[in-house]
Design a protein around this ligand. Structure first.
Ligand code: ADP
Ligand code: DP6
Length: 447
């Protein structure tokens, strides 16, 4: 271990409201950053061959798989020893080198170790290693073979990898400086978007960088208008630098916080959905059904805005009238049939969103809220302490999200019940903060 090591971490995400609409810069979404984080430990070492620089990214938890890239005379090449391709890592490295215009050997090799917190993957078949500060699950399989829970590992990975490389090329890197965070965000969006095939709204990279946020995306052509890298590296680098440093991305990130004494539960449902396929089907349906589809989006957006407004009202109430707020929370703890105007508004807004997504599900063939999930969500609404239940993100068969009081014990209410046999409650909370620097010692001597 080199003494020059630094570690950076970034949170996972849950898109509570705003799925699909957030792909359009007109619509606002509500994104909760999660306590499950991705981590990158970066260090540099002198290479044996001073004319060559290599960047190696290692994933100790997943069979110690390594992805090495060599920089030789301004050309980055994928090392022949790599067992698999990892496009998120490759795009992250390429864009960081392009942005900093690294043409020649730097006189050192860069090593980066990636760690994922336990909630990102199903723990089956893993061994937990810990050191009193951090704990991680280790698998005997490669990353592509281990089932994931969909918390945004690739966005977190690209964001921490980009930050790690920033810290090498700009050793004074300080994450408390807003302009620095924005540059890291912009560069991470470019890399993630290219690796992912340009379909996402970027809410996951924004949450990894800025934490829990109300988010409105940037215009997608900011990234798609970059020149082809293969045609002229020089043009690409200059355009990239201009895009990262001097362009107004016009996206919105307003910090948000779930109201005091509420918590988010995510239930991993033991089957998956492919976001790309769902997005394609919804887009086709939208274009074929204008102007009705736009009216439906407006309805959903009204639900989204009412939901965000009710969270703001709860936040306000907890500050301005803590006594009344305490009564509200206590009543919710006792029975979920408790009716308060704010709670009603919150439930009605989610009901409106869900009604419309069920309609889109029927019409488009994209299973956003299929009947089995409807049944599960309705069952969840009968549990004590549950304010609302919905399908996060793209929906489908992946997961369910519940907003509950902090005291709510879902494990005890659902254990052994047939209706919940496919659901695993993930061990996580909402967090405020996005990207941050960590203590190196917290990652050493894991056993
Ligand atoms: N710990 C890790 N080490 C290496 N690559 C990782 C790690 N975690 C995630 N990735 C990369 O991210 C991909 C998963 O991204 P994606 O399918 O977008 O899922 P998610 O919904 O979690 O973001 C993996 O196939 C791998 O390329
Ligand atoms: C449809 C979407 O608006 C939301 C998808 O949210 P998920 O949380 O389901 O995302 P993935 O982790 O990428 O599968 C697409 C987007 O905004 O990128």
């Amino acid at each position: 271990m080199d003494t020059n090591a630094r570690v950076f971490s970034a949170p996972g995400k849950a898109l509570l409201v705003g799925g699909y609409l957030v792909l359009d810069p007109r619509y606002k979404s509500y994104v909760v950053a999660l306590s499950a984080r991705m981590h990158a430990m970066v260090s540099t070492a002198r290479p044996m061959d001073q004319n060559k620089t290599s960047i190696t990214v290692c994933s100790p938890q997943f069979n110690n798989e390594k992805w090495t890239y060599n920089l030789l005379q301004g050309q980055l090449s994928v090392d022949g020893t790599n067992k698999s391709k990892n496009l998120f890592i490759e795009c992250g490295i390429r864009n960081a080198l392009d942005y900093f215009d690294i043409q020649n050997s730097m006189g050192f090799d860069i090593n980066i170790d990636i760690f994922s917190d336990p909630a990102y993957h199903s723990s089956q078949g893993s061994i937990m290693k810990q050191n009193g500060m951090k704990r991680f699950n280790f698998f005997n399989s490669s990353i592509s073979e281990v089932p994931k829970t969909g918390l945004g590992s690739s966005a977190g990975l690209v964001t921490v990898l980009t930050t790690a490389l920033f810290s090498v090329f700009d050793p004074n890197l300080d994450l408390t400086i807003d302009i620095t965070l924005r540059k890291i965000h912009n560069l991470s969006q470019v890399s993630h978007c290219q690796a992912q095939g340009k379909i996402g709204s970027g809410f996951d990279v924004a949450a990894a960088t800025f934490g829990s946020i109300a988010y409105q995306r940037f215009e997608p052509n900011l990234i798609s208008d970059l020149p082809e890298r293969n045609l002229s590296a020089k043009d690409y680098n200059v355009s990239l630098q201009h895009l990262i440093n001097d362009t107004d991305w016009k996206f919105t990130v307003e910090p948000v916080k779930l109201p005091d004494q509420l918590r988010l539960f995510l239930g991993d449902v033991n089957s998956g959905s492919e976001t790309v396929k769902l997005v394609t089907k919804v887009k086709n349906w939208y274009n074929l059904n204008l102007p009705k589809s736009q009216e439906i989006y407006k309805e959903i957006n009204a639900g989204n805005m009412a939901f965000i407004a009710s969270l703001n009202e709860m936040n306000q109430l907890s500050l301005t009238n803590p006594e009344k707020y305490k009564v509200l929370i206590n009543n919710l703890n006792k029975s979920n049939k408790y009716e308060d105007p704010i709670v009603l508004q919150m439930r009605e807004s989610i009901a409106k969103i869900r009604d419309n997504f069920r309609l889109i599900t029927r019409e488009s063939g994209a299973e956003i809220e299929p009947p089995v999930q409807t049944e599960l969500l309705d069952t969840c609404m009968n549990l004590n302490g549950v304010l609302v239940a919905c399908i996060p993100g793209a929906g489908g068969y992946d997961a369910i999200a519940l907003l509950t009081t902090e005291m709510t014990n879902l494990d005890s209410q659902t254990k052994g019940k047939e209706e919940f046999s496919n659901v695993t409650w993930l061990d996580l909370q909402q967090v405020d903060i996005g990207l941050k620097e960590e203590e190196v010692v917290a990652y050493l001597n894991l056993q």
